[in-house]
Ligand binder design. Structure first.
Ligand code: ZN
Length: 361
């Protein structure tokens, strides 16, 4: 791992993300009597009773959908995976601001390269370009004067496709799991697709097959529910420009969110490059980060590592735990605070992340 420091390639890529995923930590303890008492005495909006000190590093938070629970859009009533409410989002940002220095993701490489990470910094990121990033998250972001990054997919921005997890959640919860399972059996016969809605939803992630999942969900949605584009689930190009004008950074999440390691080499590279060109051609100033769809170590392969070697100005970013304490250009790490809002839980998650990273390194 000696060559990580200067940002050149690490051997056996993605070594760091894989190691972070492999670390086993103890089970989280419930809050102590003292922690519960503190929480009772100090309501959430009050100044923090105990200021935690965190290890120097760059803590990158990952978000997806941010909802207003009193005003859910149609798709937000069905697809709740990875979401936070506006209130949870606000609490988490306040916690981070009370303990760390906010930066834009684009500032992170230089800070690490110059070895200036003597204190904790944090950056906010969003994946998949959900429309509520503008309607719900942005007003909160503005209030705290933050500069987040949103990782977007051109096919979603053009409203040609809607993330298949959103479509399958709506299909299944409207009682069409058997029809979806049938179509999957036709397209990908080798799996035993279940007619049970919850089981099928899990199976589709476990046995993800690029293009077939997207094709089956789009077809069944069109046949039984309507036009996916009507959902307005994703930000369009004008909305992206609005965010950009508000100080958001826009970055590449591939053209249509197919898992990179599930595609033929040339298709995976095309998915990255076509999206970069789309953003550029449409007047979007794209940041130097490439967010790998889903973002576990298994979702990339050597083909993508080699592409990053050929594109030394691009940073690769994962989404499956870890904190950045030194520069590894091809392996930036992110983690989620889930839906937690109590100081005790947030503190625990952040400490787990640093512990996990230290063990992995
Ligand atoms: Zn994504």
């Amino acid at each position: 791992m000696e060559d990580i420091e200067d940002g050149r390639e690490c051997s056996d890529w993605p070594e760091l993300q894989r190691a972070v995923e492999g670390v086993r930590l103890g089970v989280a303890q419930p809050p102590s009597v003292w922690q519960r008492l503190v929480k009772k005495i100090f309501p959430l909006s009050a100044p923090h009773p105990e200021r935690q000190k965190y290890h120097g590093g760059i803590y990158i938070l990952i978000y997806h959908s941010v909802v207003d629970p009193d005003n859910r859009q149609y798709w937000e009533k069905f697809y709740k995976k990875g979401e936070v409410t506006a209130q949870q989002f606000r609490c988490q940002l306040e916690y981070m601001l009370a303990h760390m220095t906010p930066i834009a993701l684009s500032q992170a490489p230089e800070l690490l390269a110059q070895n200036r990470v003597d204190r904790p910094y944090f950056a906010i990121t969003f994946d998949d370009g959900f429309s509520n990033n503008l309607t719900v998250a942005d007003p909160i972001i503005q209030k705290y004067n933050l500069k987040p990054t949103v990782f977007v997919n051109g096919a979603f921005v053009r409203q040609e496709e809607v993330f298949y997890r959103v479509l399958s959640a709506i299909i299944i919860k409207n009682g069409h799991a058997p029809q979806l399972a049938d179509r999957l059996r036709q397209l990908i016969g080798q799996h035993d697709w279940s007619d049970d809605s919850e089981e099928l939803f899990i199976q589709m992630k476990q046995h993800y097959t690029a293009d077939a999942m997207e094709q089956a969900t789009a077809e069944i949605y069109n046949q039984y529910i309507g036009d996916p584009a009507q959902l307005k689930a994703h930000l369009d190009i004008d909305e992206l420009k609005t965010l950009q004008n508000h100080g958001w950074e826009i970055a590449n999440h591939t053209d249509a969110h197919r898992l990179l390691s599930c595609q033929k080499n040339e298709d995976a590279i095309k998915a990255i490059e076509v999206n970069g060109k789309f953003l550029q051609d449409n007047g979007i100033y794209s940041s130097d980060f490439l967010g790998f769809p889903v973002g576990r170590s298994q979702d990339v392969d050597q083909n993508i590592g080699d592409w990053l070697d050929r594109n030394p100005n691009i940073h690769g970013i994962f989404a499956n735990n870890g904190v950045n304490t030194r520069l590894c250009r091809k392996e930036w790490l992110r983690f989620s605070l889930g839906q937690h809002i109590s100081y005790g839980s947030l503190d625990k998650i952040i400490r787990n992340q640093i512990e996990r990273t230290q063990k992995a390194v």
